[in-house]
Write a protein that binds this ligand. Structure first.
Ligand code: SF4
Ligand code: SF4
Length: 257
């Protein structure tokens, strides 16, 4: 339970130091008349979830591998067991996001989860804060009031938990071997399954995967053409059925070693 303000009165001061509980009202409205419009779409780390990558690549009509290569950077942070994915800011354009235009976000309907949450950021169990100060983000000086739940529903951000169910548990369920090449294969398999869905589809359907992992016909039919079903299948496979030896054999068979 948060020890931060939790009541029906809106926050008096809003900035990066403010912390609040989910049922506290905060004030915010973002619109193109603000002088800060688009300012937050540059020089920032936008982490992408698997569902973000899927939505954005489909919006752009790209294979997930092409999307990842063109628009993202893969990060392997110290202390993180598995890679993370962020949007690659444009070095040729003052570190602007590749999707920002004068009129706003060019992929607005499919923009990532963290862009939908902004300026709110999650800081713990029922603990929230702001990513910006109000002198940078003038939307924090507007009068429209929201709770976090209202904001997430308004931004259509409240279904990620269900759609990506199980994804956050995967890192705790897979053991590393301590051997460099094997552990690299485990990381590659995680990255492919969670982010590079079109490559994962080839991995599942172009070799002995279905037989090796006993995938039934109904499931195979479902995941063959349904991206979201395949993504969710991949989470379950990594969490429950991942097998190092079999996965290496299929990699060699389908993708080459
Ligand atoms: S994806 Fe869209 S909303 Fe997010 S930083 Fe880029 S331009 Fe801005
Ligand atoms: S800085 Fe804040 S108000 Fe300005 S465009 Fe970004 S999110 Fe909207």
């Amino acid at each position: 339970m948060s020890n931060q303000p939790s009541n029906s009165r809106p926050l008096a001061v809003q900035g990066r130091h403010t912390e609040f509980a989910g049922d506290t009202k905060f004030r915010f409205l973002c619109h193109e008349k603000l002088t800060c419009f688009n300012r937050c779409c540059r020089d920032i780390n936008i982490f992408l979830s698997p569902y973000d990558v899927l939505r954005m690549s489909r919006k752009l009509g790209l294979d997930t591998g092409d999307f990842l290569q063109r628009y993202t950077t893969r990060l392997q942070l110290r202390g993180q067991r598995f890679p993370l994915v962020i949007i690659k800011m444009r070095e040729d354009a003052g570190l602007a996001c590749p999707f920002v235009t004068e009129r706003g976000c060019s992929i607005y309907d499919e923009r990532p989860w963290s862009c939908r949450m902004a300026p709110v950021e999650i800081r713990g169990e029922n603990r929230y804060g702001f990513a910006f100060d109000s002198d940078h983000c003038h939307g924090l000086l507007e009068d429209r009031e929201w709770t976090v739940g209202e904001w997430m529903r308004n931004q259509r951000n409240d279904n990620y938990g269900e759609l990506e169910r199980g994804f956050d548990k995967i890192p705790q369920l897979i053991n590393f071997t301590g051997m460099l090449a094997l552990d690299e294969h485990i990381r590659e398999t995680f990255y492919m399954t969670c982010y590079d869905l079109d490559k994962f589809r080839r991995y599942v359907f172009e070799g002995s995967f279905l037989t090796a992992f006993g995938v039934d016909g109904d499931t195979a039919r479902k995941i063959k053409n349904d991206d979201l079903a395949l993504l969710q299948f991949g989470f379950r496979w990594l969490a429950r059925d991942f097998d190092l030896r079999k996965s290496m054999e299929i990699r060699d068979e389908v993708l080459g070693s």
